[in-house]
Design a protein around this ligand. Structure first.
Ligand code: MD3
Ligand code: FE
Length: 227
């Protein structure tokens, strides 16, 4: 990984922006590593292709997904879950590329979450109009570990609510190169993504790539305390 940010990103040692008691945003922090990260994504999806999962209720998700790591998030008529094999190929998910693991661990540590050991890396691909409805991420056995998210390519409006589905929401834009770490009391907040606007980015074309790192608790010796 390179050691300097671009003109508009945060420096490697700069404190992140606290957007909640346990949530921290690093604007532009991965912009310099974007090409390398996208290369790693390309490598993963060559083995575990992007696919549209079906919700337990039978709806096709507009966002296309893939995974790497020891576990992957899947959804079908039977429910949402993590599993060690790709349902399309029956094979284990591709290994988590070192650049992805190192980036996630470094960002978690900088946000105050030491010993983050993600065993899941979920890769989301948004095209124009694709959205993600308000939801909580609670399928991980270990909700004391944070989630680290990386945004690449087209910008998206992120919607952030509270611990109940109804109630006030905040919106902010996640842009190319941004990373956010969500832990502590913000870990179980409802959140979603507004429909992606059409456009193009030099590195990703017409899409947005979001990468989230999670710890399901299946990693042996994982430290489960957030701080
Ligand atoms: C806030 N992805 O994959 S990442 C998801 O941009 C997901 O693709 C969105 O929500 C995306 O589940 C948002 C940011 C994010 C991830 C996890 C969170 C925000 C979060 C967990 C708790 C609170
Ligand atoms: Fe989520």
């Amino acid at each position: 990984m390179q050691q300097q940010s671009d003109l508009f990103g945060q420096d490697d040692n700069e404190a992140p922006l606290a957007i909640g008691p346990g949530a921290f945003c690093f604007k532009g922090v991965i912009a310099q590593d974007a090409a390398e990260i996208l290369q790693a994504v390309k490598h993963v999806v060559a083995k575990a292709r992007f696919r549209h999962l079906t919700t337990p209720g039978g709806r096709r998700m507009s966002v296309a997904m893939s995974n790497c790591g020891l576990q992957g998030w899947v959804s079908d008529h039977a429910g949402y879950r993590y599993q060690a094999t790709d349902p399309i190929t029956g094979q284990p998910w591709p290994d988590m590329p070192e650049v992805l693991l190192a980036t996630a661990r470094s960002l978690a540590r900088r946000a105050g979450y030491d010993n983050f050991n993600p065993d899941v890396c979920l890769i989301n691909r948004y095209r124009a109009g694709d959205r993600m409805g308000l939801h909580q991420d609670k399928d991980e056995g270990n909700v004391t570990a944070p989630i680290v998210s990386l945004s690449l390519g087209m910008p998206a409006t992120f919607i952030w609510g509270g611990l109940q589905r109804t109630g006030p929401t905040q919106r902010f834009v996640l842009e190319h190169g941004d990373a956010v770490v969500w832990g502590g009391e913000d870990r179980l907040r409802f959140h979603g993504v507004a429909p992606l606007k059409a456009g193009e980015h030099p590195l990703t074309g017409k899409c947005r790539i979001n990468i989230t790192f999670r710890q399901t608790g299946s990693v042996k010796h994982a430290v489960t305390e957030a701080r």
